[in-house]
Write a protein that binds this ligand. Structure first.
Ligand code: UD1
Ligand code: CA
Length: 451
């Protein structure tokens, strides 16, 4: 299909009351404008252009995969489209215009707008919605035959027009040539003194072109984010959409309303997600694994048949049959090998925990390479930081570290050695040895008698 898309993302978003441009605000870790760009990519269009302006130094880095044009002054949506004239006129027959603050738009709807316009050779197809509360949206004014005659913005409505509940979603597909012709006729003669893109529809009608209103099957898809309240509403709606897809694909949720799964997360069938769980970024979860309750995984890959209970993990790799938590904290570059364990109140950073090795209680393991079959006693710590530099600890296969051991790095514990509880290990230990590095017990008999 010879269609391109233009995404409007230059506005300030004053109603957000934020120092950050509106389209850079995030839903589940993904900026609003990225949701729109990804939907446009999914519709298979030939070209994508975005208009940036307000706070562009924060918006442009989010748009590396699209062409960007700059609207220096934000004089309205028609003005924004007009700055893309050179980039688009003559480049495509159909032009889809999307607002960068409408994260629920889908690829299917974008493709539908294009195919309907092409089939009917219409001047414009606009996606409309039946709003329960139309406040803030442009109203769709239909003529006696039920055809779309115009869009009237909220602030320009007569009292009768304000009662109309069919609203403009802000998604359109235009005949590109007609659009850029019509833009030369748009004026600022309205309540906000802005160039309204919505005026193009009445101009198209005046030029004798057909203007079609396609009613959205799901009105949530048209939700525009202008305020923090609408941001929360859009987040809720996307949460339901995403969790619904996972349930259809075989994932169990005890209570999907309390779980937040990012748009790019992959979850295998037969995963069980317990309440109050957040999984975001590029995380992946393997089949048979139980995550939660109260877990938060960011950019973390989890294998099959794991139990990830009350765990926070960031950029960690967790192989099959691993047990984490309750209350484990896995920081970047942690690799939990098959069958290993990070138990209660355990923090692990930049370390490999070998196959079947266990760190069950109250430990800190940092910058450590641990072999297989290791057991770390409760309260043991790798002292990896001397105040200036981080140092490594190596723990070879089958080492047994007694409780409350301090391993002062750099240090190496040789294969199958045994470290007595309460030791402060400052020197390397040979394989198969017993290490005792604690003060001897002193006993003063009867010392407390009669006191
Ligand atoms: C717009 C529509 C309204 C529709 C609603 C749907 C107009 C005049 N009104 O209203 O009919 O119901 O969207 O959500 O089009 N922008 C620019 N440059 C500008 C002005 C805006 O790039 O000069 C961008 C904004 O960043 C935003 C989008 O255009 O992403 C829409 O602007 P906004 O001010 O939010 O328009 P609404 O009042 O919501
Ligand atoms: Ca808006």
């Amino acid at each position: 299909m010879n269609a391109a898309a233009l995404i409007l993302a230059a506005g300030a978003g004053t109603r957000m009351k934020s120092s950050k441009p509106k389209v850079a605000h995030e839903i589940m870790g993904k900026p609003l404008v990225r949701w729109v760009v990804d939907a446009a990519h999914g519709a298979g269009l030939s070209k994508l252009v975005a208009v940036v302006g307000h706070g562009r130094e924060q918006v442009e880095p989010l748009l590396k995969d699209v062409s960007v044009v700059v609207q220096e002054e934000q004089l309205g949506t028609a003005h924004a489209v007009n700055v893309a004239r050179e980039a688009l006129l003559g480049e495509c027959d159909s032009l889809v215009v999307l607002t960068g603050d409408s994260p629920l738009v889908t690829s299917e709807t974008i493709a539908k707008l294009v195919s309907l316009r092409e089939e009917r050779a219409a001047g414009v197809v606009v996606l409309t919605m039946q709003a329960e509360d139309p406040t803030g949206y442009g109203r769709i004014v239909r003529d006696a035959e039920g055809q779309v005659a115009a869009i009237v913005e909220q602030k320009d409505c007569t009292p009768e027009q304000a009662l109309i509940t069919e609203c403009n979603s802000g998604f359109y597909c235009f005949d590109t040539k007609l659009l850029f012709d019509a833009l030369t006729e748009v004026s600022t003669d309205n309540a906000q003194g802005e160039y309204y893109l919505t005026d193009v529809l009445a101009i198209a009608r005046a030029k004798g072109r057909e203007v079609l209103g396609l009613l959205a099957a799901d009105k949530d898809e048209c939700l525009g984010v202008n305020s923090r309240r609408q941001l929360a509403q859009a987040t809720k709606s996307l949460q339901r959409r995403i969790n619904g897809k996972h349930m259809d694909a075989g994932v169990t949720f005890w209570d999907p309303d309390t779980c937040w799964i990012g748009p790019d997360v992959e979850i295998a069938p037969d995963v069980e997600i317990l309440p109050q769980t957040i999984i975001v970024g590029s995380s992946k979860i393997g089949s048979g694994t139980v995550v939660g309750p109260c877990s938060r995984l960011t950019d973390t890959v989890v294998g099959a048949d794991c139990v990830i209970d009350e765990t926070v993990a960031i950029e960690a790799i967790i192989d099959d049959e691993v047990e984490c938590g309750p209350r484990a904290y896995l920081r970047p570059q942690t690799h939990m090998c098959k069958g290993s364990k990070a138990g209660t109140h355990v923090e692990i950073k930049k370390s490999t925990i070998g196959e079947g090795s266990k760190v069950p209680h109250l430990s800190y393991i940092g910058d450590c390479t641990m072999g297989s079959g290791v057991n770390i006693g409760a309260g043991s710590i790798t002292c990896n930081y001397d105040g200036v530099k981080k140092w490594p600890t190596v723990i070879e296969d089958d080492v047994f570290v007694g409780s409350d051991t301090m391993m002062v790095a750099p240090v190496k514990l040789g294969r199958h050695c045994l470290v007595a509880a309460g030791s402060v290990v400052t020197k390397d230990a040979s394989p198969e040895s017993l290490i005792l590095a604690r003060a001897r017990q002193v006993e003063k008999e009867g010392w407390n008698e009669g006191k």
